[in-house]
Design a protein around this ligand. Sequence first.
Ligand SMILES: [Cu+2]
Length: 65
Amino acid sequence: MPSIRIKGMRCRHCVGSVTEALAAIDGIVSVAVNLETGEAIYQESKPVAREAVAAAIARIGFETE
Ligand SMILES: [Cu+2]
């Protein structure tokens, strides 16, 4: 499954925001965000552009690596 690294998540609210933002993307069917590693792993039902994932995360105020 694809994954993306997110900078600046500090608590479970951040994790919740990122999880919601990714889950809202058309083609993403499940999301698991790890606060300690700063990594989000997601499952696709169809190919999703990595830029779209990074943009959704940027929109809620986090940077990606
Ligand atoms: Cu937080």
